[in-house]
Design a protein around this ligand. Structure first.
Ligand SMILES: Cc1cc2nc3c(=O)[nH]c(=O)nc-3n(C[C@H](O)[C@H](O)[C@H](O)COP(=O)(O)O)c2cc1C
Length: 143
């Protein structure tokens, strides 16, 4: 299993590290330009917008991807999935672990369900509240 993360304030990295501790696997980051909060907020309003990110291409058929919930879209993560699709990757299972403050997860669920269509046979969503993720992750069973 390969565990990827993208983070702005560090939570998703901590979550990814915890997942590796729990289930094993290797940790990889999705790297993007560093922008201030207001810029990310603005960009996150455009569904489907991609912003170039860099990462090690996966070699496994099962992925975990940890990232934050941003309004309608997280552009570096959308780029990651689009790049994989464009380059002919396919997965048996992708587990998305999304940290958020607690608002409007349905928007994201719909968006990333459509982004991952045809890329993965099975997609699982796990939303963890930023304030409480250390507790919530204890009950998380992947797959
Ligand atoms: C640009 C931006 C947009 C956000 N939009 C939402 C949102 O729509 N709903 C929500 O619950 N939290 C939202 N948040 C809060 C983050 O999802 C939350 O703080 C997350 O745990 C941060 O993860 P990170 O530390 O890995 O960056 C937003 C944060 C940012 C920076």
């Amino acid at each position: 299993m390969e565990v990827y993360y993208f983070t702005f304030t560090g939570t998703s990295k901590q979550i990814a590290e915890e997942v590796v501790k729990k289930v094993g696997g290797r940790l990889f980051s999705i790297n993007s330009v560093k922008l201030p909060y207001v810029c990310w907020l603005f960009l996150s309003f455009f569904p489907g917008l991609k912003l170039k990110s860099s990462f090690k291409p996966p070699t496994s058929k099962r992925l975990v991807v940890c990232f934050p919930k941003w309004t309608t879209n997280c552009p570096p993560v959308t780029y990651f999935f689009s790049w994989l699709k464009k380059n002919g990757y396919s997965f048996d299972e992708v587990n998305l672990i999304i940290s958020y403050k607690g608002w409007k997860k349905e928007l994201y669920l719909n968006h990333y369900s459509s982004v991952l269509k045809k890329l993965a046979k099975k997609v699982n969503f796990y939303f963890l509240k930023q304030k409480n993720w250390k507790e919530e992750i204890k009950n998380l069973v992947l797959g």
